[in-house]
Design a binder for this molecule. Structure first.
Ligand SMILES: [Zn+2]
Length: 205
């Protein structure tokens, strides 16, 4: 087995600048934690980079819900293609990397029906695996249309305009709640019936 290469002080300083814990710094350098620890201790850089409470580190590695570790994806160390794009969009917002509004006009209204927002994630270089923060932005449908391209294809438009009874009236829109959306509703406290709500027994028909 070849002997592991020594790590320079500069390498460790650089890895620490990009990470929030010693474990992450070792991963960043592609070396074992033990190897990293030995050299970081030698340069007296180990204790200052401890992060036992996990502060600032997304819960992806710990929690039961497998949320993507966005920093790794943003910096390109984990391939974005292995995750559901919807989850990544949510994680970008939830972990504070993007604000949930149009990057151009700051539109952020929610639909009353289900609290969804008409925002699309746009990759400026056209590469939908490049989550670098200077490459991703959220755009409202109007600004997506004006700056990038069509939101709906011809078939969609034809369908929307010819079957108006299925659209435009909230009663006819089906409630399709996926995991991503359910999580958003939970976050807003809107996922279930409020036990204390006196109106819960009122017929909604
Ligand atoms: Zn806009």
């Amino acid at each position: 087995m070849p002997k592991a290469k020594p790590l320079s002080k500069e390498q460790i300083v650089a890895a620490q600048a990009k990470t929030k814990s010693n474990m992450a710094a070792a991963r960043y350098l592609h070396v074992s934690y033990q190897h990293y620890k030995k050299w970081a201790k030698l340069y007296k850089l180990f204790d200052g980079h401890k992060n036992q409470s996990g502060k600032g580190i997304p819960k992806f590695l710990k929690g039961p819900k497998k949320m993507p570790h966005m920093l790794e994806i943003i910096e390109g160390r984990i391939a974005a293609s292995s995750f559901d794009p919807n989850k990544l969009k949510y994680a970008l917002i939830e972990q504070g990397y993007l604000s949930e509004e149009c990057a151009i006009c700051a539109f952020k209204e929610r639909r009353v029906l289900d609290y969804k927002m008409p925002l699309l994630l746009h990759f400026q270089d056209g590469n939908s695996n490049n989550y670098s923060l200077d490459n991703v932005q959220l755009l409202c449908y109007n600004h997506y249309f004006l700056n990038v391209g069509d939101v709906f294809n011809d078939k969609d438009v034809k369908q929307i305009e010819s079957k108006q009874e299925h659209f435009g009236t909230s009663e006819k829109v089906e409630w399709e709640v996926d995991d991503y959306h359910l999580q958003r509703l939970k976050e807003l406290g809107l996922d279930g019936v409020d036990e204390d709500d006196p109106n819960q027994y009122v017929s909604r028909i």
